[in-house]
Design a protein around this ligand. Sequence first.
Ligand SMILES: C[S@@+](CC[C@H](N)C(=O)[O-])C[C@H]1O[C@@H](n2cnc3c(N)ncnc32)[C@H](O)[C@@H]1O
Length: 226
Amino acid sequence: MLALDILTLFPDWFAWLQDERHVRNALGGQLELGVHDMRSYSELPHQAVDDTPYGGGAGMVVRVDTTVAAVEGVYGRSLDAVRSERRIIALDARGRRFDDGYARELATAGAITLLCGRYEGFDQRVLDHVATESLSLGPYVLAGGEVAAMVVVDAVTRHLPGALGHGESAEEESFSPALAGLPEYPHYTRPLEFRGWEVPEILRSGDHGRIAAWRRAQSERQAAGG
Ligand SMILES: C[S@@+](CC[C@H](N)C(=O)[O-])C[C@H]1O[C@@H](n2cnc3c(N)ncnc32)[C@H](O)[C@@H]1O
């Protein structure tokens, strides 16, 4: 069972995610998903959550006090209590790189909160004292943490029991331990031939040993960049 909360300035964006098939499959079973509007916990005029940066510069910064108000408001407990009960993950381009191992780790974490940044990002004190860790999708900058949060929910949910449909499995996928961390081998289905593009003969051979060896070689070739 994974209790996953998202704190965002754009809660409406997550409606489609909750309707996504494998997320929907997991909801009410292995996944409890909450989406919370950070702005609704702000006591500042106009429910502001951001301010201009000390030291000057362009853009606005998400404040630490409004972030703490949102975390404490959502859980009705002190920040320290919340930090001791769940992983609070700030989405941040400089954070720990998200990969299959990280997704599997979060699937068994029990309780997670994702903090979505906006503008120039969070006041550093959010990263130092509110979040228990930072997560990055990669070395590039998104406009906000929402898309990153959706990627995390999508990838993590695939590892929850019952999320995938019958006959699907997250066990033998690209980068999984079952494939020794390698990319997955190519898949083919009907038609056998299309515009001269043929399905490799070996996949039609019925020789499971040779097929397994071919798939392994394909994964290794892709890992090597070929
Ligand atoms: C415009 S970005 C801030 C970029 C920041 N000034 C920098 O240079 O790293 C606003 C928010 O988007 C999210 N974000 C941007 N890139 C991300 C990435 N690669 N991974 C995860 N979150 C990201 C974070 O929540 C961030 O606070």
